[in-house]
Design a protein. Structure first.
Length: 746
């Protein structure tokens, strides 16, 4: 296992600390070689004398040493902090975090009370339980331990804590003198009667290292002294070596060794967790939708008008760092930055790193529950890998194949041949994988590390070939896939663009199904996307499916949004992801995992263009519900989405209180709406309805609770039950307000 594969920042800080230690040693040795410390013998007339170590500090030398050591200590702290931050970031794709904006860091304290106060800052929220146990066990305040490894880590962290405290108190690194064998030489007949060592300590200007007595001493007799002392680095306070081997360098090495052990332990624990990791993204993946009139390049009114009047209203600007698309919308012309593909992990081979990056992008912007990691199975006397991963959402399955260019690119013609060959090779692998997974059910591990049985024969399969290449050749012809399975070829950059643009696994698969029959030049997927988005915006709404012609509001919106998903209100748009995270992390029996996946797929079918409006509705009503007097009323707010069969019906609600009565009420609402939709559409025996209820919390631990119910097929409600449910939920809002039992509308 390569530690840096999981913790590149932590490893970078550790290596910086090692380099600073070497620079500090070189600076110190240069001072010693220049004669930093010399000995002087002082003798009284009665023959009593002292050996003195004299320090000749060049101007600013101590400040330079202190600066180097302070930087070294800072890098070790940063290394430990990075272990926490990178762990939380790595696994935040698998769980909903509390206070995600709070900084994560390695808590360290010399008291149990201080440690508890640090934990209250949510500094380790999101950490694996096993990693959290390591943090707790490493705390210096626990003292000794029967395990020597634990004992050494605690001792080292205590020392690191002391150094940080000393540096914060403006302590300076200096010279520490430990007398060992001071020498006094005199000419006869004077003799050295005794030499007594002085205590070790810091030498700022000068320091006594020994006292001696001479017999037969007369004024003018030459006395030569040798310090016979070990001169080491050290702080003025707190550095008291136990012996000559207990040097400042030795102590620094012990701290470095302890931090390295912690890095290795965190990496081992992270490596034991199967499934997806969050893809580290750059700031370019955030603010990517800007009014074209205020982007870096100045666009004239004539240029923008010409663009708006073109066939598709899409312009392309390519520079050395990224591509910018100019897109015409009803609100004007906007610039959409298409960032380069995220950097690959430098601690893995390029091929392996590209495969993991492709999986992690789908888990980061989609849901890790839908990402099935590659697996191998026996084939004859050997083994074979089932693709480079699958993405399964509802009735759709996507086979992923990744091809990466390991060597340096050569002339364009040769690179065109390489890309063409690899696309054809990957296409054959897609067909082979589909033959295998469509033949029988397959147990696979998803991005949360859970085993899921994939009902391959029941899914509609599509393929995607992802090309990871540092320099895609220009004017590369549209690849002829020649596969039995509809398959699309994309660059890794464009794969990430689609997921970041849509933030929905189902939406990305639907897009790939839509474009699989059309050709496009490799590396130009954003242009094709925006051409289709422009066509969607101009398309006339079709007739409403008669199975969903119930009460409500008809909404028509483009399948493909022009603006990146969530760019209008990221907090509101992210509510769908948060609800999915709550559902994904709820405790259920392992046998029910396939049902959980069906529910998540149902929620993920919600159109991208509808998510922000829904999220804002839920957030606003949660704010209102928090201030409701529960003794006088229970406030409800609902929103239901219906789609043509066989797509599930979705219901979302906010209630001011969560108890057995409101749970039963929400269940009754969902059963009633399921019955109404199914009987109207004639598909009650196959219809699925999923309902998600949010209720505010007041304990500060979480903002709200999430409750989910799902129903498939005919619930066989009795007439009495239907009558009760209709009386409760099909009354007018005015009657509810007068009654006072419930208020709110759908």
């Amino acid at each position: 296992m390569v530690v840096g594969e999981y913790f590149p920042d932590a490893v970078g800080h550790f290596r910086a600390a090692v380099r600073l230690k070497a620079a500090l040693a070189d600076e110190w040795q240069a001072l010693l070689d220049a004669g930093l410390v010399e000995a002087r013998a002082d003798v009284d007339d009665d023959g009593a004398g002292r050996l003195v170590a004299v320090a000749h500090w060049p101007e600013g030398a101590r400040e330079i040493l202190t600066g180097l050591y302070s930087d070294l200590v800072d890098e070790l702290w940063a290394c430990l902090d990075s272990l926490i931050a990178e762990s939380v970031q790595m696994f935040s794709v698998r769980q909903r975090l509390r206070d995600p904006e709070r900084p994560r860091f390695f808590p360290m304290s010399d008291s149990q009370e201080g440690f508890a106060e640090l934990l209250e800052e949510s500094c380790v929220d999101g950490l694996l339980r096993t990693q959290y146990r390591v943090v707790v066990d490493a705390q210096p305040f626990w003292g000794s331990h029967e395990n020597p490894n634990v004992r050494s880590v605690r001792s080292a962290l205590a020392r690191l804590l002391e150094w940080r405290t000393a540096l914060d108190d403006d302590a300076k690194v200096g010279a520490w003198v430990t007398p060992v064998e001071p020498q006094v030489s005199v000419d006869g007949p004077t003799e050295v009667q005794s030499v007594e060592l002085a205590a070790p300590g810091e030498v700022v200007d000068e320091r006594e290292v020994a006292r001696f007595r001479l017999v037969g001493y007369e004024s003018g007799v030459e006395v030569i002294g040798g310090a016979g002392s070990f001169v080491d680095l050290g702080f003025a306070e707190g550095f008291e070596p136990a012996d000559v081997e207990d040097t400042f360098e030795h102590r620094t090495n012990l701290v470095l060794d302890a931090v390295a052990r912690l890095v290795a332990m965190f990496a081992n624990l992270a490596g034991e967790v199967p499934g997806a990791r969050r893809l580290p993204t750059s700031p370019e993946h955030s603010a990517t939708w800007t009014d074209a009139s205020v982007v870096e390049r100045f666009w004239s009114s004539a240029e923008l008008r010409e663009l708006a009047e073109s066939d598709f209203g899409v312009g392309v600007v390519i520079d050395s760092e990224h591509t910018t698309l100019l897109v015409t919308t009803e609100q004007g012309v906007f610039g959409r930055i298409i960032p380069a593909a995220t950097p690959l992990n430098r601690f893995s081979s390029r091929g392996t790193a590209a495969e993991r990056a492709a999986q992690n992008a789908a888990a980061t912007w989609g849901l890790p529950d839908f990402v099935m990691v590659p697996m191998v199975e026996a084939k004859g006397r050997g083994v074979r890998e089932i693709s480079d991963g699958l993405i399964v959402v509802g009735d759709q399955g996507l086979v992923v194949q990744v091809k990466s260019r390991d060597s340096e690119p050569q002339e364009p013609a040769k690179e065109v041949r390489w890309v063409t060959k690899k696309i054809a090779e990957a296409g054959r692998q897609v067909d082979g994988t589909v033959r295998r997974v469509a033949s029988k059910a397959t147990a696979m591990v998803n991005g949360r590390g859970r085993t899921i049985e994939i009902a391959g024969p029941e899914l509609n399969w599509t393929g995607v070939v992802i090309i990871d290449h540092p320099e895609i050749p220009e004017d590369l012809p549209a690849p002829d896939m020649g596969t039995r399975t509809p398959t699309v070829a994309l660059t890794r950059r464009d794969w990430e663009f689609l997921f970041h643009q849509l933030r929905s696994s189902r939406a990305v698969i639907d897009y790939l199904v839509r474009v699989a029959a059309t050709g496009a030049h490799l590396g130009h997927e954003p242009e094709r996307y925006y051409e289709l988005a422009a066509a969607d915006a101009r398309a006339e709404p079709g007739p409403v499916d008669p199975t969903i012609s119930l009460r409500g509001t008809r909404v028509s919106a483009p399948l493909l949004p022009a603006a990146p998903a969530g760019s209008d209100d990221d907090e509101a748009h992210g509510m769908v992801r948060i609800m999915c995270e709550d559902i994904a992390n709820s405790e259920i029996d392992a046998a029910e995992e396939s049902h959980r996946l069906q529910v998540l797929a149902a929620v993920d079918q919600l159109p991208v263009t509808q998510r922000t409006e829904l999220g804002r509705l839920l957030l606003n009503n949660l704010d209102i519900a928090r201030n409701v007097d529960d003794d006088r009323e229970v406030r409800w707010q609902f929103r239901i989405y219906q789609f043509p069969s066989p797509a599930p019906q979705l219901g979302f609600g906010v209630c001011s209180r969560l108890d057995e009565a409101t749970r039963a009420g929400f269940r009754a609402w969902l059963l009633l709406r399921h019955h109404e939709r199914g009987t109207h559409g004639g598909d009650l025996d196959t219809l699925t309805s999923v309902g998600v209820l949010l209720t505010p919390r007041h304990d500060g631990y979480r903002d709200w609770d999430t409750t989910m119910y799902g129903i498939t097929c005919d619930p066989e409600l009795t007439e009495d039950e239907l009558q009760q449910y209709r009386e409760l939920w099909n009354r007018s809002p005015e009657a509810d307000a007068v009654d006072g039992r419930a208020s709110g509308v759908e």
